[in-house]
Design a binder for this molecule. Structure first.
Ligand SMILES: [Zn+2]
Length: 175
């Protein structure tokens, strides 16, 4: 089944995990089949792919968003402090790429707490929402960098992982 992704929802993890692996272990310990988010951004700005978009997410129950959005979580509790500058820069790149791929307007990029029906402070009071929005662009005006095209998903994931190890925030999109 294919789920159209018309929204992007921004979260903090609300905890001070070491890395994306720890977030995933926590979600698996709750009996979930994978981490609930589609992407996790670590403190150093590294983007770690999470749950496949081929199945519903497990991050925003309100308004049925698990079925129609991409969930991105930044590690940290932003009720207590700001995200790192590297996290914010990586978030802009990742959101921009997702907007392009799924044709999502900036008005549909929401904080978790902005989703109708959500009762949460997520992603925390120190998350700089205004700054993020200033840096986003509607999909029609983007220039994307393509570095490879693969028939095999594993090879594409491996190639993206190698680029991330070089400090380039590459991620895989399906076309
Ligand atoms: Zn959230």
């Amino acid at each position: 089944m294919n789920y159209r992704r018309d929204y992007i929802i921004i979260h903090h993890t609300g905890a001070e995990e070491k890395n994306a692996h720890q977030v995933k272990q926590y979600h698996l310990s709750k009996g979930w089949r994978d981490v609930g988010y589609n992407y996790i951004i670590e403190r150093d700005g590294k983007v770690v792919p999470g749950r496949s978009l081929e199945i519903p997410g497990a991050h925003t129950r309100a308004s049925g968003m698990n079925y129609k959005s991409i969930g991105i979580a930044l590690i940290g509790n932003f009720q207590n402090h700001r995200p790192t500058e590297r996290q914010l820069a990586a978030l802009v790149d990742l959101v921009t790429c997702c907007q392009q791929k799924h044709n999502i307007p900036t008005t549909n990029v929401l904080l978790h707490r902005e989703v109708p029906g959500a009762h949460t402070l997520c992603p925390g009071r120190y998350f700089p929402a205004g700054e993020l929005r200033l840096n986003l662009t509607d999909p029609a005006h983007l220039w994307c960098v393509q570095v490879g095209a693969f028939k095999n998903k594993e090879r594409a994931l491996d190639f993206a992982a190698r680029l991330r190890n070089l400090g380039i925030n590459a991620f895989v999109v399906e076309r």
